[in-house]
Design a binder for this molecule. Sequence first.
Ligand code: FAD
Length: 397
Amino acid sequence: MSFEVPESVREIRDRVKRFVEERCYPVEPLVEDRDDPKAREALRELMNSAKAEGLWALGHPLEIGGQGLPFLDYVYVNEVVGRSGVAMVALGTHSLQDSIMLHEFADVEWRDKYLKPLVDGDVFPSFAMTEPDVASSDPTQLQTRAKLDGDTWVINGRKWFTSGADRAAYTTVMCRTEEDVAAHDAFSMIIVPTNTPGYNILRDVRVMGHYGGHCEVQYDDVRVPKKNLLGPRGGGFKIAQRRLGPGRIFHCMRWLGQAQRAFDLMCERANSRVAFGKTLGQHQQIQKFVFDSLCEIQASRLLTLSAAQKIDRGDEARVEIGMIKVFGAQMLHNVIDRAIQVFGAKGVTEDTPLERMYRHARFARIYDGPDEVHITTTARRVLSAYKRGDGWDFGAH
Ligand SMILES: Cc1cc2nc3c(=O)[nH]c(=O)nc-3n(C[C@H](O)[C@H](O)[C@H](O)COP(=O)(O)OP(=O)(O)OC[C@H]3O[C@@H](n4cnc5c(N)ncnc54)[C@H](O)[C@@H]3O)c2cc1C
């Protein structure tokens, strides 16, 4: 088992890295302002360049118009994509999970209508599970309901943190469709085009001082055809799980790319800035920052790659995914926090990318399930293995 970048992927990974560093880094401050037409134009230009250079949709399966890079190769590519918050959209990787969901579960009409434009980056998806009025880390409590009226679903409820809803062509909405069954069989996914009457964006919720397109959306008698159901009735939880599993590996690899960038910045600053007669890096406390970050990044990388290899072998790797979601997000937060500290006041200004990276790192400990939920479910799985008498032999995992 090797954790070095395999020979097969080195060339394409280097090209992506160059694209990210040379083309994405310079436009990051501009693209932060989602409403600025210049930001959209800059992003569109990047997307066109990525296509022209053969770097577009590298991990999407061939049959849906992607370049079909094998899963493990694509894992290593994500590590360099992660260096810039702009790169996912610029390289067309942002739609991977939604494209696969459409491909596998949508009615043929929606597949025809959305799949190609989605993979081509001509339309954007969004996903609505979280609600403001219930603790959504326990999605069995979700209140949004869809009822069948003849051949039409009628949806009522309120969601928030539907990221990207402000520019999306459609939202996949998780809502309760069944009443007298177990909670995990009571929810379904339904496709709602964002121009459907009754679908109202109430606000783009300002988050840590910025508008990031995390929208609050009201659903008032939103009527969509019965065939907008994604997968089977009551299958919402299973589809959500299918969406999240491999997706978390990609998240964690992108976090490693962010952490690498913060680590590079921290070490360069530590070697160049002088305080009290020596460089910052000659002070022991700063050396400890470097050491702790080194260990955490390496540990997170090994955990993530070993989880990826397990998934590649067909295992769901639920315990490993729980570990990397929590450990990876905390690692990212810690490394960027230390880098900011080494930069002093400059670290919290927009003169370095660290301020922006820190905000996203803070989000990572909450989205796709907060740390505490993953800790609980992961620990429970391991304890159950002991109850069954199997134990948890690290040598076998
Ligand atoms: C930047 C960002 C983007 C997001 N994008 C999307 C999106 O596109 N679509 C979408 O649907 N959602 C999105 N979310 C929402 C995210 O998935 C939810 O915030 C998350 O699932 C937690 O739900 P909640 O906010 O309702 O927190 P709650 O469920 O209210 O939980 C609050 C806190 O309670 C604690 N807690 C909860 N359960 C336990 C437990 N079992 N044990 C101990 N403590 C516990 C945790 O500390 C947790 O942080 C996004 C969030 C962020 C920050």
